[in-house]
Structures are given as structure tokens and as C-alpha cells.
Design a protein around this ligand. Structure first.
Ligand SMILES: [Zn+2]
Length: 435
């Protein structure tokens, strides 16, 4: 199969159809932006998606995290105090008219909170369009993408195009919370296809790899004393500082020794160690008797989390060596919270080539394969099922920050690109005109 294999007449029909529904795509994306679908409040957004899927004559299936047996034992499962009753993931499939390969579009409907509303120059949840920009939280990450993947199918229907392989649409919750109740639950619940495309805001590049992420905390004990008798105590902050600096050095060393060209296409380094918090002491007139630091460390797809843990633990141990107090009261290391696995697929995977060819043939955009230095939901398809999964979507405009927006033109481009990707991947036939 050639990556891009679409007759001009057929692609023109789809282009015309996307043109006809351009306002509907924007209206739907705007409607989704109006729902403040932060963690645990995704349900109204999924309701709107469901209505839209049903309008395409699709049957909508629900997948809830609490109905996936054994998911709590998965190493990426995040402990939760969330209801799953009203928070389904959705799956709908248009069956192919032949035996073509199947494709799945996956997108998250949850958004990160808006932060300080006063800092925005518009209402983050008004869903207005100004100067051909859809404004609001989630516009580019990734309600635009969700709208485009649904309306890509609408465009194909209008254009009288039948796909030969199945096309599934999977909208999920909790991506911003690590994905365990969303895409992980979907994948472990049986959602799969021959390939997956996720329209996250990639700037029309393809993200085909991601770093793994771990959080850890180092705690050091001291001995408290009155400030007037400072030397009678042991200052825990002072004991923590050499460890802090050793970890800083570890970051410096890893960023020059761990390389993956997919990441360095784009970022200065492949991996990082971020020292995020430091705390110590609770009273200015007392010698602090405990101190902690918390850090986020990433690992490249070629590394294992186990090796990385060993490296961190050895670094901390070495920093404590030779200090009689720390030898008696060794620092404690705790790996806590979210753990994201790394993943990587081959840049020559046919789905990657297909998406890149669509971008260049239909949009005139040069698409590059890149690695993302954090968690993306594609890893679940890759790691659990060995299914090639790629992120490909519009630009990222102030995502996770203030004044997020998405140019309407990119939403239209993406809708067209996803429709053509489905045709190219699944194969298609043009239904005869009934008139
Ligand atoms: Zn996203």
C-alpha cells in the first residue's frame, strides 16, 4: 500500500464536504469549550460528543474504569478518589464496507483548569470566535482535535465515501491526570485497531515517542534545638543541600549523555530532572529537624525505569557518603504519585508515513517525526497492544496557560487531514450518486 493513495476526484469531494461543514465543526468545538470539563467534571462534554456520534448513526459504547478488571494493578494506575459512575469513555465504530485495515481516532475531552481568570483577556469558557480564532481553554488541547475527528467522518459521509476498514472514534477522560481512567481503561477494556491517530496539538508534526516520567521525594532528618543553641542541633536543610546539588549535577550529566534524535529535533535535551519543591523547617527560631525535596525525572524510551531508579538512589547515597550524621540517619527516597511509561514506534511505520504524506499532499505542510518529553496517551496503545499510535494535530496555542486559542483555519485543515488519513489507511470506495 502506498502511504497516500487517493484519487484526485475523491479528495476533491472530501475537500468540498469539509468546506460545507466548516461552520458546524467550529460550532461543535466551541460548544465543547463552553463545558468546563476539568478532572471529574467531564460528563457534560462526553454527553455532547455522544449526541454528535449518534447524529452520525453510530452506536455509542461506554467504558468505565471501574468496570475494567485488574486495572488497579497496572503500574500506571493512579490512585483516585473520583466517581466513575458518570464519567464514561466513549467508543463508536463505523464498520468498513470491505476488509481494509482499521483505524482509531482517540481524543481527550478533559482540560486543565484555567488558573487565574483575571489573567485571561477573554472568558476562557465563553467559546467565542474572534478574528477567525476559537478562544478558550481546551481550544487547541484538544477540543478542536476531538471536533475534527468526529467531523472527518461527517465529511466522508457527505462526500459519499465509504471506508473499507473500520473507523472508530474514542473520546476519553483523565488524559491530563495521567490517563489511567481514560485511555488506559479504554485499551484494557478492549479498544484497539490496526493503527491509532490522536489529534493532540502537535503543530502538524507527528509525535511517535515519549519519555517515561517518575516522581520522587528525598527526606532528610535533623535534630531540633533552640535557635540560641544552633550548634546543639543538626540542620536538616543543610544536610539536604548536598543531595540537592548532586541531583542537579545528575541532570547536567544525563542531558549530555542520554540522547534520542526524535526528541532533540525539537528540544535541547532528551531527558530532564526537575527539582520541583523543597521544604524544610517550620519555625524561624528552631533548628529544622526535617527537610524534603521533590523531583520529576524523565527517562528515554531506551532506558528502563528500574535502571533510572538505581541511578537516582546511588546518586543520593553517594551525596550522603562521608557525613557521619547521614550515615547514621540515611536519607529516605520515596517514589510517589504518577508514573508514566515511555514508548516509541518506528518513524517508518506505515501510519506515520500516511499521516505525513497527507500533511504534505493535502495541506502542503512538512511534518516531522518527534519525541514528546512527557506522557501522551498513544503510549497505552503502543505498550499494551503493540499498536502503532501517533499524535498529529493542530498547533499548540497557549495550552495549559492563559489565553488558549485555535485558529479556525487549522481546525478545518485538521478535519480534512483526518478524513484523508482514514481514506488512505482504511481504503475507500466512492458510492454511486443516487440522483
Ligand atoms: Zn492534550
Amino acid at each position: 500500500m502506498k502511504p497516500y493513495d487517493i484519487e484526485t476526484a475523491a479528495s476533491e469531494r472530501v475537500e468540498a464536504a469539509v468546506d460545507e461543514i466548516r461552520d458546524d465543526v467550529v460550532d461543535f468545538a466551541a460548544d465543547l469549550v463552553r463545558v468546563r470539563s476539568v478532572l471529574n467534571e467531564e460528563q457534560p462534554a462526553q454527553e455532547r460528543v455522544r449526541d454528535q456520534l449518534e447524529a452520525l448513526d453510530l452506536e455509542v459504547e461506554e467504558i468505565r474504569v471501574d468496570e475494567v478488571p485488574g486495572i488497579e494493578d497496572h503500574d500506571e494506575y493512579v490512585e483516585r478518589d473520583l466517581s466513575s459512575e458518570d464519567r464514561p469513555n466513549l467508543l463508536a465504530t463505523r464498520e468498513g464496507a470491505g476488509n481494509g485495515p482499521s483505524l482509531l481516532f482517540n481524543g481527550h475531552v478533559d482540560v486543565v483548569p484555567e488558573g487565574d481568570r483575571e489573567a485571561w483577556s477573554f472568558d476562557p469558557f465563553a467559546g467565542t470566535v474572534e478574528d477567525r480564532r476559537l478562544l478558550g481553554r481546551g481550544a487547541s488541547d484538544m477540543k478542536g482535535g476531538v471536533a475534527a475527528m468526529i467531523f472527518a467522518l461527517e465529511a466522508l459521509d457527505r462526500a459519499g465515501i465509504e471506508l473499507l476498514g473500520d473507523l472508530s472514534l474514542n473520546t476519553v477522560i483523565e488524559e491530563e491526570y495521567g490517563g489511567s481512567g481514560g485511555t488506559l481503561a479504554s485499551v484494557l477494556g478492549g479498544v484497539d485497531a490496526d493503527a491509532v491517530v490522536i489529534p493532540e496539538p502537535t503543530g502538524f508534526d507527528t509525535w511517535i515517542a515519549n519519555d517515561g516520567v517518575s516522581y520522587f521525594r528525598v527526606s532528610v532528618e535533623g535534630k531540633s534545638a533552640h535557635a540560641a543553641e544552633t550548634d546543639a542541633g543538626v540542620n536538616a536543610i543543610s544536610k539536604l543541600l548536598p543531595i540537592y546539588h548532586a541531583l542537579e549535577d545528575l541532570h547536567g550529566e544525563r542531558k549530555t549523555t542520554v540522547h534520542d534524535e526524535l526528541f532533540e529535533e525539537w528540544h535541547e535535551h532528551t531527558v530532564s530532572l526537575n527539582l520541583g519543591t523543597i521544604q524544610g523547617g517550620d519555625w524561624v527560631s528552631s533548628v529544622p529537624d526535617e527537610a524534603h525535596l521533590e523531583a520529576r525525572i524523565s527517562h528515554a524510551p531506551e532506558e528502563t525505569r528500574e535502571d533510572l531508579r538505581e541511578t537516582v538512589e546511588r546518586t543520593v547515597e553517594r551525596a550522603a557518603e562521608g557525613d557521619p550524621w547521614l550515615e547514621e540517619y540515611p536519607p529516605e527516597i520515596e517514589w510517589f504519585g504518577w508514573r508514566g511509561r515511555s514508548a516509541k514506534i518506528d518513524p517508518d511505520e506505515p501510519i506515520v508515513r500516511t499521516v505525513e504524506d497527507v500533511a504534505s499532499e493535502a495541506l502542503g505542510r512538512e511534518s516531522h517525526a518527534k519525541g514528546f518529553p512527557g506522557g501522551i496517551d498513544s503510549r497505552f496503545f503502543v505498550n499494551e497492544n503493540g499498536t502503532p499510535a501517533v499524535c498529529f494535530g493542530p498547533g499548540a496555542y497557549n495550552i495549559h496557560g492563559t489565553d488558549e486559542y485555535l485558529p479556525v483555519a487549522e481546525l478545518e485543515e485538521l478535519t480534512l487531514a483526518l478524513a484523508l488519513t482514514a481514506m488512505s489507511w482504511c481504503g475507500y470506495r466512492v458510492t454511486p450518486d443516487e440522483s
